[in-house]
Design a protein around this ligand. Structure first.
Ligand code: EPZ
Length: 421
C-alpha cells in the first residue's frame, strides 16, 4: 500500500444515482478462515476486493492452502493444510487474523500465532477467545508475545457463556466447535449478521449449527467438513456509509446488492434526522434527503441489533452539519473518537469526554488537510469533506481501503468530485 496516496475532495456536490454495495469485509474474513476446515476446494462469491481479504489469502497460502481470486470470487483449496503457524508480519497486518485460531486448531490440532496487537480502537483483548477455547480442551501458552495452542486429544464441546457478546470470540468458538467432539452451547453469543453468514456457510460444509443470530447457539461436532460454495452477505457498514454520504450532501441514492434488514440498527436514526428511506425488493434501498438534517436523539452504540459501533464515526460526520446538537455514547470500544480532532479541522464543533461525544451542528464546513488514522474514522472524513466548501485532502488512504473497495470510484459514480493522487 502506498502511504503517500491522498484523496482530494471538492465538496458541495449533491450525490445522486445508484451504488452497488460490496460484500461484507467482516463476513469474508471469518469465511476465509472457515475454508481451512473444509477438505477440498471452497468457492466464495461477492468477496470484497480489499487489502484485508488479500492478507487472509496470504495466511491461507502460508498454511498450505491454494488461494486464487478472480474479480470478487475467491477459491480456496484446503485439501492439504500442512502449516499451523500464522507469522508475525501477517498477524500484525490485520488483527482480524485471530479468527484463524479456531479453524486451524480444529483442522490441525495446533496453532501458533503472535499476539494480535492492539489497534487504533484500543487494547482489543482476546481473553474471551482464549478462555472459551481452553474450555474446549485447547492448551494455550502465552509467552514472548506468542500464543502456542495445542489440542492434544482434539477439541471437545463445552457450554460457554460469554461475558460480552464478542463477535470474534463467537466466530472462533463456532469454527472450533464445528468439528469438536460432542455438543457446544454458546450463551450470550454475538447476534451480528456476519455470525449467521458464518454458520450458514459452515452448515453448507456439513456442520450442524443451530440458533445463529440468537443469543444461544448450539453446535454438534461432526467428523470433518467438506468444501462447498458460498456467497458473502452485503456489507451493512459500507451501505450505511454511503447513506450518510448521500444524506450530508442532501442527495438521493439507490443502493443495490444491499440487505436492508441488516441496517435496522441505524436507518430509523436517519429517518429521525429527516431523511426519507425505504427498501424495495431485490436488495435495493432508497434514500432521499432534500433538506438540512436534524440532530437525532442520543445515539448509543450497542452489539447487534443495536446501533453498530462501526457506523458511529460516519454518523458523527453527518451530524456535524445537522441542525441541533447530537450526543454519541460509544459503549463498545474505549478509543473510537480519534477522527473527531480531524473533523474539527473542517470547522466542526465537537467535544469528546471519554466515551461521550457531543456534536453541535454547524451550517458549513470548510475544506482542510486531514489524516485518516483508522478505517471507519477515515470514511467519516470523506463524508464530511463531501459537504465541506472548497478542497479537502485526506491522507492515510490505505486505512480506508482496508474496508472500502475504491471509495473514490464509487462516490465519483454518483456525482462526488473526488480523486486519488
Ligand atoms: C468485530 O471486531 C469487527 N471486526 C469490528 O469491525 C467491529 O467493530 C466489532 O466486531 C464489533 O461489532 C471484524 O469482524 C474483523 P468484539 P471484534 O470481539 O471481533 C472486547 C471494522 O471497522 N473484547 O465484538 O474484535 C473488545 O475489546 C472493525 O470493520 C474483550 O474484552 O469485536 C471490544 O471492546 C473495527 N475480550 C468489544 O469486546 C475479547 O476476548 C467488542 O469486541 C474480545 C473482545
Amino acid at each position: 500500500m502506498d502511504n503517500r496516496q491522498r484523496l482530494i475532495v471538492n465538496g458541495g456536490k449533491r450525490l445522486e444515482g445508484e451504488l452497488r454495495v460490496q460484500g461484507a469485509k467482516n463476513s469474508a474474513l471469518p469465511l476465509l478462515s472457515a475454508a481451512v476446515l473444509a477438505h477440498g476446494e471452497s468457492v466464495f462469491h461477492n468477496c470484497p476486493q480489499l487489502s484485508d481479504a488479500d492478507a487472509d489469502c496470504r495466511i491461507l497460502t502460508n498454511l498450505g492452502c491454494k488461494c486464487r481470486r478472480s474479480a470478487d470470487t475467491v477459491v480456496v483449496d484446503a485439501t492439504n493444510v500442512v502449516g499451523s503457524e500464522i507469522p508475525d508480519n501477517l498477524m500484525r497486518e490485520m488483527r482480524g487474523s485471530i479468527v484463524f485460531l479456531g479453524s486451524v486448531l480444529g483442522r490441525t490440532g495446533r496453532c501458533r500465532l503472535s499476539f494480535p496487537g492492539g489497534c487504533e480502537l484500543g487494547a482489543r483483548p482476546i481473553d474471551l477467545h482464549l478462555s472459551a477455547l481452553r474450555q474446549m480442551g485447547a492448551e494455550i501458552s502465552e509467552e514472548h508475545g506468542y500464543l502456542d495452542c495445542t489440542a492434544p486429544s482434539g477439541l471437545h464441546g463445552a457450554k460457554i457463556t460469554l461475558s460480552f457478546p464478542s463477535v470474534g470470540a463467537t466466530e472462533n468458538i463456532l469454527l472450533a466447535a464445528a468439528t469438536a467432539k460432542g455438543f457446544t452451547e454458546i450463551h450470550n453469543a454475538a447476534r451480528e449478521p456476519e455470525i449467521i453468514d458464518l454458520a450458514d456457510c459452515l452448515n453448507k460444509f456439513g456442520a450442524k449449527i443451530r440458533g445463529a443470530g440468537e443469543s444461544v447457539i448450539e453446535a454438534e461436532g461432526v467428523e470433518r467438513l467438506f468444501a462447498g460454495e458460498h456467497t458473502v452477505i452485503p456489507d451493512r457498514i459500507v451501505a450505511g456509509t454511503y447513506l450518510c454520504a448521500a444524506a450530508i450532501t442532501r442527495g438521493e441514492i439507490i443502493l443495490t446488492n444491499c440487505a436492508p434488514q441488516h441496517l435496522n440498527g441505524f436507518t430509523p436514526v436517519l429517518e429521525a434526522m429527516g431523511a426519507s428511506i425505504y427498501s424495495y425488493g431485490g436488495g435495493k434501498m432508497y434514500l432521499n434527503c432534500k433538506k438540512r438534517i436534524q440532530a437525532p436523539p442520543t445515539i448509543r452504540t450497542m452489539p447487534y441489533p443495536g446501533f453498530p459501533t462501526d457506523i458511529q464515526a460516519p454518523f458523527t460526520a453527518l451530524c456535524s452539519t445537522a441542525e441541533g446538537t447530537s450526543v454519541f455514547v460509544e459503549t463498545i470500544f474505549e478509543n473510537r473518537f480519534r477522527h473527531i480532532s480531524e473533523l474539527v479541522r473542517l470547522g466542526a464543533s465537537i467535544k469528546v469526554e471519554g466515551r461521550v461525544c457531543v456534536v453541535e451542528g454547524v451550517k458549513t464546513l470548510s475544506g482542510a488537510k486531514l489524516r485518516a488514522a483508522e478505517l471507519r474514522g477515515g470514511a467519516a472524513l470523506v463524508i464530511a469533506a463531501l459537504a465541506a466548501e472548497g478542497t479537502s485532502e485526506i491522507s492515510g488512504v490505505s486505512y480506508i481501503e482496508r474496508g472500502y473497495e475504491s471509495i473514490e470510484t464509487a462516490l465519483r459514480s454518483v456525482g462526488a468530485d473526488i480523486k486519488k493522487v
